[in-house]
Design a protein around this ligand. Structure first.
Ligand SMILES: Cc1ncc(COP(=O)(O)O)c(C=O)c1O
Length: 382
């Protein structure tokens, strides 16, 4: 602990992003060239590079991952009330895009091993009204989606793949975000690559590409009738400055994924013997963890609750974040009566009640990780 003692008074944020000198150069270059809006060569290049990396035909950059989901779903124009399968354990954006599009979210529970949507539960929920499944990869592991993809193909159910938390991850050796009919991404400051705020949509479908591009940009009319709009659109454009950062970040994706794995490996090494907690595995049958965050699940016991541990860590200047809140328990959805009152999703509820994640941003140092583990282990010993 000797050379870690300096860290005692230093605040360790849950996410410290990493900005590289090449990111700064790229953004400054765009600024000097007067490319600052959501139009121009930087946006185009970022989209092209991102599509190419995922071996997809079309990319549409947007202002964030929430916008990407809203547009992706809207672009299919499903009939009002169609059923869309989503995980109960996810960011609220996953359900919001369904509700805002006047569609019906159908929740599935997650597996306790992977913390991801259970393929069996997805399959159980498929029926004649199912129009799409939003496959949402959570906390660094992909959904085990092989059987789901097969069934969806046979039944002509659309797959929207949300790869916000797994940029650079592979499922059976193929990049996540390349499986969906449409895939969405977020480049928020805590993602594997970041543009501060930002998002992307990928597809091979030309019609969906054209529609999404139009929806992101207020559905402007054609050239000589620009201000006569064709549909209800949004201004969800990504700026050239963000795109300039995205171009340079994407070049580093292999390194960034490697570094995330290293962060996970150090946490794993120092926490694996702690009997009060369960941490994610380093790998599953079909993927190696790329640790979007380093999650900790407090095992039920009489001594410590998640909330107490988190409070004690904060007292030691270590910031954490609780796991997602289950979708069916969200105040707003209860008020709107979106889900049945008695719906039971025990695994999502369990994770939400007992899980939190430790500082895991790409800007964290190895010393900070080791210090965090030592503090956590000491708290749990007392
Ligand atoms: C799985 C998932 N989807 C979508 C989003 C929304 O992305 P954004 O914050 O860029 O709107 C997030 C954000 O963390 C996410 O984790």
């Amino acid at each position: 602990m000797k050379n870690l003692s300096k860290l005692k008074s230093k605040f360790i944020p849950v996410n410290r992003p990493k900005v590289f000198s090449n990111d700064i150069k790229s953004v400054v270059k765009a600024l000097r060239e007067n490319w600052i809006s959501g139009d121009g060569p930087y946006v185009k290049k970022f989209e092209e590079n991102f599509a190419k990396f995922h071996k997809k035909k079309y990319a549409i950059s947007v202002s964030n991952g929430t916008a990407a989901l809203e547009i992706a779903l809207k672009s299919f124009n499903f009939k009002k009330g169609s059923e869309i399968i989503i995980p109960a354990f996810s960011i609220i954006s996953t359900a919001l895009c369904v509700v805002k599009n006047n569609l019906k979210p159908i929740l599935v529970d997650v597996d306790l091993d992977s913390w991801n949507m259970s393929p069996e539960e997805i399959i159980k929920k498929i029926n004649k009204k199912t129009k799409a499944i939003i496959i949402t990869h959570i906390y660094g592991f992909p959904v085990d989606m092989r059987r789901v993809l097969k069934i969806a193909k046979r039944k002509k159910i659309t797959i929207i793949e949300d790869a916000a938390e797994v940029i650079g991850q592979k499922y059976n050796n193929k990049l996540c975000g390349s499986f969906g009919d449409v895939s969405t991404f977020s480049f928020y400051a805590n993602k594997h690559i970041t543009t501060g705020e930002g998002g992307m949509i990928l597809t091979n479908n030309k019609r969906i590409f054209e529609k999404s591009k139009s929806l992101r940009n207020l559905c402007f009319g054609s050239d000589n009738n620009r201000f006569n709009h064709e549909d209800i659109g949004w201004n969800y454009r990504l700026s050239s400055l963000q795109a300039a950062m995205g171009i340079s970040q994407l070049k580093k994706i292999n390194y960034l994924v490697k570094r995330k794995r290293e962060i996970g490996k150090i946490y794993y090494k120092y926490l694996k013997y702690n009997k009060f907690i369960k941490i994610q595995d380093q790998s599953l049958k079909y993927a190696k963890n790329i640790y979007w965050v380093f999650g900790v699940l407090v095992k039920p016991n009489n001594k410590f609750t998640r909330d107490l541990i988190v409070k004690k860590l904060l007292k030691k200047n270590i910031q954490t974040r609780n796991f997602f809140y289950p979708m069916h328990k969200q105040n707003i959805f209860k008020r709107l009566k979106i889900f049945k009152r008695k719906i039971k999703l025990p695994n999502s509820e369990f994770l939400s009640r007992n899980g939190f994640y430790l500082p895991s941003g790409l800007g964290i140092t190895n010393k900070e990780i080791i210090y965090t583990c030592k503090v956590l282990n000491t708290i749990l010993k007392k």
